[in-house]
Design a protein. Structure first.
Length: 48
């Protein structure tokens, strides 16, 4: 999908297409990052 968006931008010069491409790249890199495992807090430390 990124290649298609880049091709459309190159052919049209449309800034909205370029911004869409950059947004898609950001979403793609967020998905590639490893998930951070959160440590569970023991229930004895929780105060109500």
């Amino acid at each position: 999908m990124l290649e298609f968006t880049w091709k459309v931008f190159c052919e049209t010069g449309n800034i909205d297409t370029y911004l869409l491409l950059k947004e898609m790249e950001c979403l793609d890199t967020e998905d590639a990052e490893p998930l951070i495992e959160h440590e569970e807090v023991p229930r004895t430390h929780l105060t109500l």
